[in-house]
Ligand binder design. Structure first.
Ligand SMILES: [Zn+2]
Ligand SMILES: [Zn+2]
Length: 248
């Protein structure tokens, strides 16, 4: 999730073209589709109406995410768009997040990417990608698919994630902090997340997603401290976790 400032001299700035980062210069209501005037192939941005299935998926996943991680509604609005590809962008002056989905995605892909963006909408600070945010977004999207009765599709995605992980080294994964996502990152964070679940369990791991420092970022140190000081927690085993030294 990123905050992007665009200085287009337009009065209506509902949504950005995801390629040029310029705002589409006209108001766009629920259910309307706008044609991008900035790109030569004039791609479209559809603002989804409340009864659109993809909006229902994103809103349902946001609800599940709030309940799973114990996060209150922040009072910021959410608009869901069919655009160039999955992304969540905070538009501060509108007090709204725009969640984009890909116009080439089929319904199962919408469930996977829409729930990934729902995690970012509910739990990620707006400071660019961080490996831990991406890890939770990937794990939450798989959990969402399982709970929505799409376990086969979750398994298919797990296979793809494991296959793509080779493209991203552990060093490259832990270097992701506020920038963009390197190839294979989702696979690498999935493998890390799954082995953390095996080591300490999902309930302990997911507390990290909501342990925040004053700037809204995940606070690894505070989470580790609370974990290691918890009576009955097998700290020795966790400290032998292969990448533990990267965390501290
Ligand atoms: Zn465009
Ligand atoms: Zn993400």
């Amino acid at each position: 999730m990123t905050v992007i400032v665009c200085n287009e001299p337009t009065s209506a700035r509902e949504v950005q073209c995801q390629r040029t980062r310029c705002y589409l210069p006209f108001p766009i209501a629920d259910g309307q589709t706008a044609i991008c005037p900035w790109c030569s192939d004039h791609e479209t941005y559809e603002r989804l109406a409340p009864d659109h299935f993809a909006r229902g998926i994103v809103e349902g996943a946001m609800q599940m995410c709030r309940s799973e991680f114990g996060v209150d509604d922040d009072g910021v609005g959410t608009a869901v768009w069919i655009g160039d590809g999955p992304e969540t962008v905070l538009e501060s002056r509108l007090n709204r997040c725009n969640i984009y989905l890909g116009r080439k995605s089929n319904p199962l892909q919408i469930m996977y990417s829409g729930s990934h963006e729902a995690f970012h909408r509910v739990c990620s600070p707006c400071v660019g990608s961080h490996w831990a945010d991406e890890m939770f977004a990937v794990l939450f999207s798989l959990l969402y698919l399982e709970r929505a009765g799409q376990g086969d599709h979750a398994d298919l995605n797990r296979l793809g994630l494991v296959a793509q992980a080779e493209a991203c080294s552990i060093e490259a994964m832990f270097a992701v902090n506020g920038g963009s996502c390197p190839d294979g990152l989702y696979g690498r964070v999935y493998i890390l997340g799954q082995s953390l679940i095996d080591c300490i369990g999902w309930d302990r791991l997911k507390m990290l997603a909501v342990t925040k420092s004053a700037d809204g970022r995940m606070d690894l140190a505070a989470w580790l401290l609370s974990l290691l000081s918890h009576p009955g927690f097998d700290g020795d085993r966790f400290c032998r976790f292969p990448t533990f030294s990267w965390w501290v």
